[in-house]
Write a protein that binds this ligand. Structure first.
Ligand code: KIV
Length: 283
């Protein structure tokens, strides 16, 4: 089994210019496949709410739901570095609540670190978590939990003022103790500047090629979530139509009596009816 990566490994990867791959995982089976394929970090993202639980946004996701899924991911990928995404409402009320909830990811689900959204407003919380011994990944740019305040799911940091603010937020999160930073949906040049200005790894999603690593929602990468596909998503395959075709084939074969055939049945000895003392042949 491969050795589990650590926070210093990711800092070294940035220093060495080695790109970091991150993908979301929500269950044991998928986590096992992603880990076997060599992904560097698994994020149990609150995108869970939209791609698995059928909510319209990430806001309704609860701590209990996150712990349930993060525990499954850990069971499926014992050697993976796993991040638990702090859901909306689990860290905003107080540093104490944030420590208690983040602690659940580590104690109950076996996560290695947590991620939370926000800039200057969460720096005190990040410091509190790090002091409590919990590694934290920040997340700025488009922050889906507060998308309504940002005017919806759209590119952030396009004008000079907001770009300046984002560089300041990145530096403040680094100073607060974050070990890494997600940059979501920002111009690629801004992604490059932030990556150059801070010494912790940046993980981009719609933030250009110059980030120190990339993250995608696995269901988007695999073409399994058609409800909303952002333009920065690259689907490496289209599983959704393949799954629907496989299920249609199954329906047809069951209904026509061609499944299960002999190869998928336990054939019994001939004359079983008689051996069981039952007479006649039932249709
Ligand atoms: O919840 C999530 O999947 C995320 C990633 C998109 C970064 O926050």
């Amino acid at each position: 089994m491969a050795k589990r990566k650590t926070v210093p490994d990711f800092l070294k990867m940035k220093t060495d210019g080695e790109k970091i791959t991150v993908l979301t995982a929500y269950d044991a089976a998928m986590a096992a496949m992603l880990s076997a394929a060599g992904v560097d970090m698994l994020l149990v993202g609150d995108s869970l709410g939209m791609v698995v639980l059928g909510y319209d946004s990430t806001v309704p996701v609860t701590m209990d739901e996150m712990i349930h899924h993060a525990s499954a991911v850990r069971r499926g990928a014992p050697a993976a570095f796993i991040l638990g995404d702090m859901p909306f409402g689990s860290y905003q009320s107080s540093v104490r609540d944030a420590i208690l909830n983040a602690g659940r990811f580590l104690k109950e689900a076996g996560c290695d670190a947590v991620k939370l959204e926000g800039g200057l407003a969460v720096c005190e919380t990040v410091t509190g978590l790090v002091r409590a011994g919990i590694s934290v990944m920040g997340h700025i740019g488009l922050t889906p939990q507060t998308a309504t305040q940002l005017g919806g799911y759209k590119v952030q940091g396009r004008d000079i003022e907001s770009a300046k603010k984002m560089v300041a937020e990145a530096k403040a999160l680094e100073a607060a103790g974050a070990f890494s930073l997600v940059l979501e949906c920002i111009p690629d040049e801004l992604g490059k500047i932030i990556s150059e200005e801070i010494s912790i790894p940046t993980i981009g999603i719609g933030a250009g090629v110059h980030c120190d690593g990339q993250v995608l929602v696995t269901h988007d990468l695999l073409g399994m979530f058609d409800k909303f596909i952002p333009s920065f998503v690259k689907s490496y395959c289209r599983l959704s139509p393949q799954i629907q075709q496989a299920v249609a084939d199954y329906n047809r074969e069951v209904r026509s009596g061609t499944f299960p055939d002999d190869a998928h049945s336990f054939t019994s000895q001939t004359g079983l009816r008689e051996l069981l003392g039952l007479s006649g042949t039932k249709a």
